[in-house]
Design a protein around this ligand. Structure first.
Ligand code: UD1
Length: 339
């Protein structure tokens, strides 16, 4: 059976993608994770939801020797979906070198592995943060990239460039780079969701933790030049993001790609302000959320949302869930954690 390696498979987007792959494809899935910001319990949740089993390997992708020892013997690898990376904008501002080391070294090692093993297909987790403060909204894949606002965003810009040059050097190698906007929410069953080991920095887990009294929400800035003064983001349900990976993989395996490097925005196309996101949570939960207004957070862009036309037409992808579904599922997951 052909194998797909999923790096960061115990993480937030990785675990949701393994669920969709197990349910919608016939590959043998192997998850690779070092649990630096996740835990093996994610695998139990995947098995519970899908009623299927899969292999997992604990491995730090920054360690080339560990990759050789653990992965070189694997045969029939049809592709790699590479999620494993650090993803906190504020942490990257505090410790840039950690971010460059972890996110770039792991990518380089994995591409070396692809070279050694002649792996034909690769899907890379990129981010809308590569656009910086774009001149034009919504952003299309052609929108020029501005200066990265954080080291995290810069690791994604550099990662994309590394893959671009790698593809030029290896015409047989096929890559898709997916620029996620703001993935949020949880599996609609409420049985799997975001579960970072470290304190979350992202808005939605902070909202749901605040609602159960385990965190306190500070809204970062109310003086942005937007319709209500709050930052605008394109929140996208994590299962829609996961589904896009299944479709991108099909696209590569069925050789529908016209060039060996393709790039897609993954967002709903709808901009939602921080205050609108809070209002959606309050609506679906029936709770009044306590919060304070704070200063702007370093590294934040003002507003960004996607033109998702290209992913819809070429990958045949259509996001299914709206902001209320995202908040409802995230809330269900949080309540499940409390039970
Ligand atoms: C960024 C990237 C996104 C990436 C994510 C990974 C951009 C535009 N997006 O998301 O592609 O997947 O990093 O972490 O760069 N906020 C508060 N209070 C909080 C937390 C957040 O007000 O306690 C606000 C932020 O200022 C921001 C919004 O909520 O306006 C979303 O923040 P967050 O969830 O951290 O994601 P981004 O940094 O936008």
């Amino acid at each position: 059976m052909k194998k797909i390696l999923v790096t960061g498979g115990a993480g937030y987007i990785g675990s949701h993608t393994i669920i969709e792959l197990l349910l919608k494809s016939t590959y043998e899935i192997i998850s690779i994770d070092n649990f630096s910001n996740s835990a093996p319990a994610a695998y139990d949740r995947i098995r519970q939801i899908t009623n299927q089993n899969f292999r997992s390997i604990q491995l730090n992708l920054c360690d080339q020797n560990a990759i050789s020892q653990n992965l070189d013997a694997l045969e029939n690898i049809e592709g790699i979906i590479h999620f494993a990376a650090f993803k906190s904008v504020p942490d990257s501002v505090k410790d840039p070198i950690l971010y460059y080391h972890n996110n770039i070294e792991s990518l380089n090692n994995l591409l070396k592995f692809c070279e050694r093993k002649n792996i034909p297909n690769f899907i890379f987790s990129s981010s809308c943060s590569v656009y910086g403060n774009a001149d034009q909204l919504p952003v299309t894949e052609q929108t020029p990239l501005k200066k990265a606002e954080s080291p995290y965003a810069h690791t994604k810009q550099v990662g994309e460039e590394i893959i671009e040059f790698f593809c030029q050097a290896h015409p047989q190698f096929n890559a898709v780079m997916l620029r996620y906007f703001n993935p949020v929410g949880a599996h609609m069953s409420g049985l799997n969701g975001e579960m970072p080991i470290s304190k979350p920095n992202n808005l939605v887990p902070i909202i749901t933790q605040t609602a159960v009294g385990k965190n306190s929400l500070t809204v970062f800035g109310n003086d942005y030049p937007t319709r209500d003064g709050y930052c605008i983001r394109d929140y996208i349900h994590v299962t829609d993001i996961a589904d896009a990976h299944v479709k991108a993989l099909d696209y590569l395996v069925q050789k529908k790609n016209k060039t060996n490097l393709s790039l897609y925005n993954l967002g709903t196309g709808i901009g939602v302000s921080v205050m609108e996101a809070i209002a959606s949570f309050e609506k679906v939960s029936g709770l009044k959320l306590p919060y304070t207004i704070g200063v702007r957070r370093a590294g934040d862009v003002i507003a960004v949302y996607a033109d998702n036309t290209k992913a819809k037409s070429e990958l045949n992808w259509l996001p299914q869930y709206n902001i209320d579904d995202m908040m409802q599922s995230a809330w269900k997951w949080q309540q499940n954690l409390e039970a």
